[in-house]
Every structure is written in structure tokens, then in C-alpha cells.
Design a protein around this ligand. Structure first.
Ligand SMILES: Nc1nc2c(ncn2[C@@H]2O[C@H](COP(=O)(O)OP(=O)(O)OP(=O)(O)O)[C@@H](O)[C@H]2O)c(=O)[nH]1
Length: 305
């Protein structure tokens, strides 16, 4: 990414709109910092944006003035990106390329936030043609900086897709769990049941109780074992386990907790359980944003219950 930088006019950083204030990789800013920068908060369809103005205020307080919320599956707000990028490059002090009317933009972000989807959406919007970048539900689909992909005719604009890069030092356990819920880390590395537990905690804390109806649970519950058991039974996700008894082996049918946890996470990620703002704690804890947030531990509030 660094070696491609000299041909890049602007950096578009894509992040998940459910975690607008946490989990970004600070190395992007440090390494790519001098180029004009646009933050695209994607998957807005999955985010609770009732406090959008507070989020924007908070981001502005940390020096991020150029922010656009998008849904790249439905092409929402994607049309705003190219005019904004053109404006940013035009007003950039590095813009000394009178003869060269091509723009080259690098798209960066943590894994699975929709960088390739954004490129495909831009092509649909401006060129009326489809896919150029591979899209996938799991992190790690794009594995190298691609050759340039044209996304617009006027102005002539090319994008470089890049692999998702996580901060090697995640600032807190809570931020790690939020990133995992958003699908930026392979689920089995964190553990589906751990993530399901955090998801249940979050949904209850935010009063997003659609899971109760979705799984016909009767009432809200903060016991993950009970919830996963009900989900497993309801979905018929059981497994036979051999149990050794005094009279020999007996096959016992048990709820398949892992399969239930996977279904719970899948339903959440596809929006079936409602929208959430996973950084609500940061918004509440830091009403007056500071311009230079410190390193480890700052930002994400610790769990209080
Ligand atoms: N709901 C929703 N899903 C989206 C949106 N944009 C992308 N996705 C989905 O998110 C998943 C990841 O999208 P990609 O475009 O492959 O993400 P990426 O950032 O290029 O991923 P890596 O190459 O792994 O870094 C895919 O399943 C997309 O369909 C969006 O705006 N809303």
C-alpha cells in the first residue's frame, strides 16, 4: 500500500457504520496521512443512526471532517463520493498536476467493511457496469493491492482496492468484540459462543429486543445458555453425544450451542434483529470530544455490568 502511495491523489477509508468511533486502524492515518482523506461509514442499513449528528460532531473533534454514510448493497449515498473526492483533491495543496486529469484513489479499511462492494457500487453508479472487485461475507477476501479499477469517466477516476488491515494492537477487549461482531475477524478465532454472549448483552443493553420475537422466546433474557438452547431446539439444531453410563454407552441428544450461536450472529449481521450503534458507550462517555485521542484503552468505555 505504501509503495503505491506516490500515484495516489486521495485515500478513501471505509469503516463499519455500526462502530464509527472505534476499531479503525491508526496506521492508516499515520502512514497515508498527508493525502486528502474521506471516511466512508458503510453498512448504514445495519446501524442505528438516530444520533448521527453526535457521531459527526465527535469525528470532527478528532479532525475528521469529511464523512459519508453509505449502503453499498443498495447504492445509497454512493453518488456523493466522487464529487466529494474531486473537491478534496481540487483543494489539496498537493494538486500540481495541471496536465494530468486522471485521479487515482486508494481504498483502505479493516477487513470486511465493504471496500470491494464500494468499488462495485461506484462502477454501477457511474459506468453502469458491474463487478470488478471480489466481494465476500468473510474477512480476507481481497489479498493484495489490485491493479487500477476504473470507476468513473468524467472525471477519469481509478481506484486501488487493498486488503483489509486490522490494527495489530486492538485498543481494548470491548473494541475487539465489536470488531468481531461486525465480521472483521474470522468468527472461530474469537469463538461463536463468546460473540453470541456479547451480542446478547449488547442487544439487551440497547433495548433492541427483536431477537425475542425472531426466535419466539417469550421474553428477553440475559442468560446466553438459555437463549442458545431455545434457539437450537427451535431450529432443530441438536447433536447426538455418547455418554458412558454404568450399563454401557447411551446416545443423548443435546442442543447444538455452536450452531445456535452461528445462527444468532448471522441473523444479527443480516439486520433481522434490528439496527445497533455499538459505539453508543463512547458517545455517552465522551460528549466533548478531544482533538488528539490517546493510545491504548482510550475511547471504548469498559462494561459496567
Ligand atoms: N448490509 C450491508 N452489507 C454490505 C454492505 N456493503 C458490503 N456489504 C457486505 O459485506 C460483506 C463484505 O464486503 P466486501 O466488499 O467483500 O468487504 P471488503 O472490505 O472488501 O472485505 P476484505 O476484502 O475481506 O477486506 C459482503 O457480504 C457484502 O455483501 C452494506 O452497505 N450493507
Amino acid at each position: 500500500m505504501q509503495s503505491s502511495l506516490k500515484v495516489v491523489d486521495c485515500v478513501i477509508e471505509v469503516h463499519d457504520a455500526r462502530i464509527p468511533l472505534s476499531g479503525r486502524n491508526p496506521l492508516f492515518q499515520e502512514t497515508l496521512g498527508l493525502k486528502p482523506h474521506l471516511l466512508v461509514l458503510n453498512k448504514m442499513d445495519l446501524a442505528d443512526l438516530t444520533e448521527q449528528h453526535k457521531i459527526l460532531q465527535h469525528l470532527e473533534g478528532t479532525g475528521l471532517k469529511n464523512v459519508i454514510f453509505t449502503n453499498c448493497v443498495k447504492d445509497e449515498n454512493v453518488k456523493q463520493i466522487i464529487p466529494k473526492v474531486t473537491e478534496l483533491i481540487g483543494s489539496s495543496y498537493r494538486y500540481h498536476r495541471a496536465e494530468n486529469l486522471e485521479y487515482c484513489i486508494m481504498v483502505v479499511g479493516v477487513p470486511n467493511v465493504g471496500k470491494s462492494s464500494l468499488i462495485n457500487s461506484l462502477r454501477r453508479q457511474h459506468l453502469r457496469i458491474g463487478r470488478a472487485a471480489r466481494v465476500g461475507g468473510e474477512p480476507g477476501i481481497t489479498r493484495a493491492v489490485t491493479s487500477r479499477i476504473q470507476v468513473c469517466e468524467r472525471p477519469l477516476m481509478f481506484l486501488l482496492d487493498t486488503p483489509g488491515v486490522l490494527n495489530p494492537r486492538i485498543e481494548s477487549l470491548e473494541t475487539g468484540l465489536k470488531l468481531a461482531l461486525c465480521g472483521t475477524v474470522l468468527d472461530h478465532l474469537v469463538g461463536e459462543e463468546t460473540m453470541a454472549d456479547y451480542l446478547l448483552y449488547t442487544l439487551n443493553q440497547h433495548g433492541v429486543l427483536r431477537y425475542v420475537q425472531h426466535y419466539s422466546l417469550g421474553s428477553a433474557c440475559d442468560d446466553i445458555e438459555r437463549v442458545l438452547k431455545s434457539v437450537a431446539v427451535r431450529l432443530g439444531k441438536t447433536r447426538k453425544v455418547k455418554v458412558l453410563t454404568g450399563t454401557g454407552d447411551v446416545n443423548v441428544v443435546q442442543p447444538n450451542y455452536s450452531a445456535a450461536a452461528r445462527d444468532f450472529l448471522r441473523a444479527f449481521r443480516s439486520g433481522l434483529l434490528g439496527t445497533v450503534m455499538l459505539d453508543r458507550d463512547i458517545l455517552q462517555d465522551h460528549p466533548q470530544p478531544t482533538r488528539h485521542p490517546g493510545p491504548a484503552g482510550q475511547g471504548a468505555a469498559s462494561r459496567t455490568s
